[in-house]
Write a protein that binds this ligand. Structure first.
Ligand code: GLU
Ligand code: ZN
Length: 279
């Protein structure tokens, strides 16, 4: 199997990332992909730190490393194809417009999907012909999505109707980026020949969006395996800002990689609060 570890270079890797990388390496030949489409938050220093942390863990991966910031051409081509299929529409709503429309009294409580509030459909009537508009967000028309099947541990499926209701019209190109996580991940998994996507369970509910995009773009659907998340002592998933759990801080406290790996494999939870120590 070809798997991948796909961190964003926006902060230090922590225990959760180590777990994700180890799962990827355990299930196949792991490729590395740097997910740096968010150029506002991505830093070369963090990419260098990712390399150092992964090598410290004993992981290796073949060159070249894929870097999303170098792949705008591939994302543009995919968007052009989707646009020519008539399945995208431009959306000029901001977050507040969407909140307001989704929580209008007749709508009941706003529905939550993988990207937050399910889009209430405000701009669905916008023109879809002519050349693809730039400088505007593009949404995938949820009504154009067919029934979906994929593998995630076991067989999974979602009907077209459930996609419309639960996910709606996801953004596939953000105004500020010209692409999105969903589009980039699908295009890149295919380009890297990934046949097993391992990643945290927080991304499981985004998978139908990825399968829908694969179908429309004529790309193969890999198998998926979503693993549990490393949580802190309070049960909250680790975030980038939890520097205390960074791999660099374990290293600085003289943990060996073997000790950390054993610790992760056994407890799958971070040590109790306080400075990390080899105890
Ligand atoms: N870049 C994402 C992250 O850092 C992972 C995306 C994926 O594995 O699909 O959480
Ligand atoms: Zn809109």
């Amino acid at each position: 199997m070809i798997t991948r570890f796909a961190p964003s270079p926006t902060g230090p890797l922590h225990l959760g990332h180590a777990w994700a990388a180890l799962v990827a390496a355990e299930h196949g030949d792991m490729l590395l992909r740097i997910e740096d489409i968010d150029q506002q938050r991505s830093r070369p220093e963090w990419e260098a730190a990712i390399n150092e942390d992964l090598r410290w863990l004993g992981l290796t991966w073949p060159a070249p490393v894929m870097r999303q910031s170098e792949r705008m051409g591939a994302y543009t081509a995919a968007l052009d194809r989707l646009w020519s299929l008539g399945v995208l529409f431009p959306c000029t709503c901001n977050r507040r417009d969407i909140q307001a429309a989704a929580s209008a009294p007749q709508e009941g409580a706003p529905l939550l999907g993988p990207d937050g509030v399910v889009y209430p459909g405000t701009c669905r009537g916008a023109a879809r012909h002519g050349s693809r508009p730039g400088g505007v967000a593009l949404r995938l028309d949820g009504a154009a999505v067919a029934d979906l099947v994929w593998t995630d541990g076991g067989p999974q499926s979602m009907t077209a109707q459930a996609f419309r209701a639960k996910i709606g019209d996801p953004v596939v190109a953000r105004r500020d980026m010209g692409t999105s996580y969903h589009l980039a991940v699908v295009v890149d998994d295919a380009a890297q020949g990934i046949d097993l996507v391992t990643r945290g369970e927080d991304l499981a509910e985004a998978t139908p969006i990825h399968v829908a995009l694969q179908q429309m773009l004529g790309l193969p659907t890999p198998d998926y395996l979503h693993h549990d998340l490393v949580r802190d002592a309070g049960g909250k998933r680790l975030a980038k800002r939890d520097d205390a759990r960074s791999l660099a801080s374990y290293r600085a406290a003289d943990w060996t990689a073997d000790a950390l790996i054993a610790h992760l494999a056994i407890s799958r939870t971070a040590p109790q609060p306080g400075a990390p120590g080899p105890g």
